[in-house]
Design a protein around this ligand. Structure first.
Ligand code: FMN
Length: 358
């Protein structure tokens, strides 16, 4: 029996039962504490064919942790230990805020999904900065992305200033930045996906980052609930503005159309959004003629899922919800399956496969 199957068996038979008997958010806090307490451990080097270089950054493998799992950057060492190729931390807001009142996270186990209406609980950028500084000084083997969002009490005219404050304070600590304009749980935020608003935002960001000799790449994270023509207009705006990448996608407010009937409000993630995400990736890749790197995220829970997203046009992928259902051995299993799929398909690297199914 391999180490990974032992970890999986322990998770399924013991830890998952224990955690699932508790409220989803409490279980999440316990998991983060466990991961933060793991002894520092450098996992075996990834197979070279799984590596990919984007924006001048070397990713040891294309599987990343999605935003929301480690909002305050408390368990970075744990993500390295699990085998992730990069981690997206956040959403971080400028000032600390509690988010919405609980309950605000629900499991939908029969659909391997989650629903959340957290509303950006964040310890704020001043609490997060020293944690990332410390880990940077100690040395970290994977790239870190920081995901930024505005405070919920910021008026519309102050939103751009919230993003630029975050970039000013934390930008130099990030390998790349993700501008989150797609959470369904902060009222009005998704309006910032309009091409006009994205234009305003990136103008402010560029003015701010202009002084740096090697600007940090800035990506935008979008919603799966966009109409196709809205998506195409965003793609054109992203090309015109020179946006460094698109993260597709955040959680959805749709329920019945993806086969979920649940009374809980908020954003749905996990298996029900897998196909929608892949359509989005393919549309973005085609419409931008592969000129903008895409990070595919939504419902990935196996090597095949990651592989099909890559073939649809994603250069990197991320996951969150599947970790809850599949356990900590998942990343190692996906990486090994992905290496097999590459070999069987006759590909020498991930980048050779990006977008071939468009
Ligand atoms: C509980 C929870 C909290 C999340 N919080 C954030 C967040 O703060 N910022 C963000 O950009 N996305 C957030 N997300 C969305 C994920 O990053 C991801 O886009 C989405 O869950 C789809 O991936 P998955 O199906 O693998 O979970 C959150 C998702 C979940 C389940």
């Amino acid at each position: 029996m391999s180490a990974v199957s032992i970890i999986d068996a322990i998770y399924r038979h013991l830890l998952q039962r224990y955690l699932f008997a508790r409220d989803a958010e409490r279980a999440h806090r316990m998991t983060l504490r466990m991961l933060a307490a793991l002894p520092a451990f450098t996992p075996p080097r990834d197979r070279p064919e799984l590596g990919i270089k984007l924006w001048g950054i070397d990713f040891p493998n294309p599987i990343g942790l999605a935003a929301g799992m480690d909002k305050d950057a408390v368990a970075i060492g744990g993500w390295v230990t699990l085998g992730f190729g990069f981690a997206e931390l956040g959403t971080i807001t400028p000032r600390a805020q509690p988010g919405n009142d609980p309950p605000r996270v629900w499991r939908v186990p029969e659909r391997r999904a989650l629903i959340n209406r957290l509303g950006f609980p964040s310890e704020g950028m001043e609490a997060v900065a020293p944690r990332i500084e410390r880990i940077r000084k100690a040395g970290i083997s994977i790239p870190l992305a920081l995901n930024f969002g505005p405070n919920s009490d910021t008026p519309p005219e102050g939103i751009a200033a919230d993003y630029t404050a975050l970039i000013e304070r934390l930008g130099r600590l990030a390998d790349f930045i993700v501008i989150n304009v797609s959470s369904p749980n902060t009222p009005g935020l998704r309006n910032w996906q309009s091409p006009k608003k994205i234009g305003e935002l990136f103008e402010a960001i560029r003015e701010h980052a202009g002084a740096s000799p090697r600007p940090t790449p800035v990506l935008v994270k979008i919603s799966p609930d966009l109409e196709r023509n809205e998506l195409f207009r965003i793609c054109e705006t992203a090309l015109a503005l020179g946006v460094d990448g698109i993260v597709a996608c955040n959680t959805t407010v749709v329920r019945e159309a993806v086969g979920v009937s649940s009374p809980h409000p908020g954003g749905l993630s996990g298996r029900p959004i897998l196909i929608r995400t892949r359509e989005l990736i393919r549309d973005i890749y085609t419409h931008t003629r592969g000129q903008i790197p895409i990070i595919g995220v939504g419902g990935i829970s196996s090597a095949e899922d990651a592989w099909l997203d890559i073939r649809a046009g994603a250069s990197l992928v991320e996951l969150y919800t599947a970790l809850i259902y599949e356990g900590p051995g998942l990343i190692v299993r996906i990486k090994s399956g992905l290496a097999d799929l590459l070999r069987r398909g006759g590909f020498r690297s991930i980048s050779e496969a990006v977008g071939i199914d468009r």
